[in-house]
Design a binder for this molecule. Structure first.
Ligand SMILES: N[C@@H](CCC(=O)N[C@@H](CS)C(=O)NCC(=O)O)C(=O)O
Length: 193
C-alpha cells in the first residue's frame, strides 16, 4: 500500500500526477502545513526536513517498507516501481533524466522565487527559451510524455497568463497539452485536507 503524505501545494501535488497517470493505488494523508503538522515527530520520521510531500510504500523493493521524501525522488521511485513514464530504453531514460534534472536544478528553484526577486528574471527567461527550443521540436520535454513533464508543470502552470508565454507559443501549447490530461487535471484540482 502506498500512502502519500501531502498538502495542496505546487510541490505537494506533483507526485499525485504520477500516481494518477500510472494508475497506482494510493491513500492520500493530508498534512496541514499551516498548523505545523509537517513538524511532528511522526512526520519527521518519514521526511527529516519537515516538508511535504513524503511517500510511504509498505510493499517496497523486496517487500520492504520504504519512506521517500522530495517530490522528484518520489517521481523517480514511482517511475522505477511502475516502469511507466520513464523512457522505454536506456537512451530514452537518459533523456528523461537529463531534462528532469534540468528542471529540478534550474526551473523549479528560479520560478519559485522569481516573482519576489526581479533580478532573476533574465535567468527565468533563459530557462524558458531552452524549453521553447526543445518544445518547438517535440511535443513533450523528453520527446515522450514522462516524469520530465510532470516535474515542472505544477510550477509553470502558475505562469499561464504571464506575458512571457505569449512569446513562447511552444511552451504555452505544451502547458495546455499536459494540463488537459485527465490525471493532471485531477491532481491539480483534487481537494486536499
Ligand atoms: N524540494 C522539496 C520542496 C518541498 C517543500 O518546499 N514543501 C513545502 C510545501 S510546497 C513545505 O513542506 N513547506 C512547509 C515548511 O517548510 O514548513 C520537494 O520538491 O519536495
Amino acid at each position: 500500500m502506498i500512502e502519500l503524505h501531502t498538502w495542496g501545494t505546487t510541490n505537494g501535488r506533483r507526485p499525485i500526477i504520477m500516481l494518477e497517470e500510472a494508475g497506482i493505488p494510493y491513500k492520500l494523508v493530508p498534512v496541514d502545513i499551516r498548523s505545523g503538522a509537517n513538524k511532528t515527530p511522526t512526520h519527521l520520521r518519514i521526511s527529516p526536513y519537515g516538508k511535504i510531500p513524503a511517500l510511504v510504500d509498505t510493499d517496497g523493493p523486496g517487500g520492504e517498507k520504504v519512506h521517500i521524501f522530495e517530490s522528484t525522488a518520489i517521481l523517480l521511485y514511482l517511475a522505477e516501481k511502475s516502469g511507466k513514464f520513464y523512457g522505454s530504453s536506456p537512451a530514452k531514460r537518459a533523456k528523461v533524466q537529463k531534462w528532469l534534472i534540468f528542471s529540478v536544478a534550474n526551473v523549479l528553484p528560479i520560478f519559485s522565487i522569481m516573482r519576489e526577486h526581479k533580478e532573476l528574471e533574465a535567468t527565468a527567461v533563459k530557462l524558458l527559451d531552452v524549453l521553447e527550443g526543445q518544445l518547438s521540436r517535440h511535443d513533450y520535454i523528453a520527446r515522450e510524455y514522462s516524469i520530465a513533464d510532470m516535474a515542472p508543470i505544477t510550477r509553470l502552470i502558475q505562469f499561464t497568463d504571464h506575458e512571457w508565454m505569449k512569446t513562447r507559443p511552444n511552451v504555452a501549447r505544451w502547458m495546455a497539452r499536459v494540463s488537459s490530461r485527465p490525471a493532471v487535471k485531477k491532481a491539480l484540482e483534487m481537494p486536499i485536507g
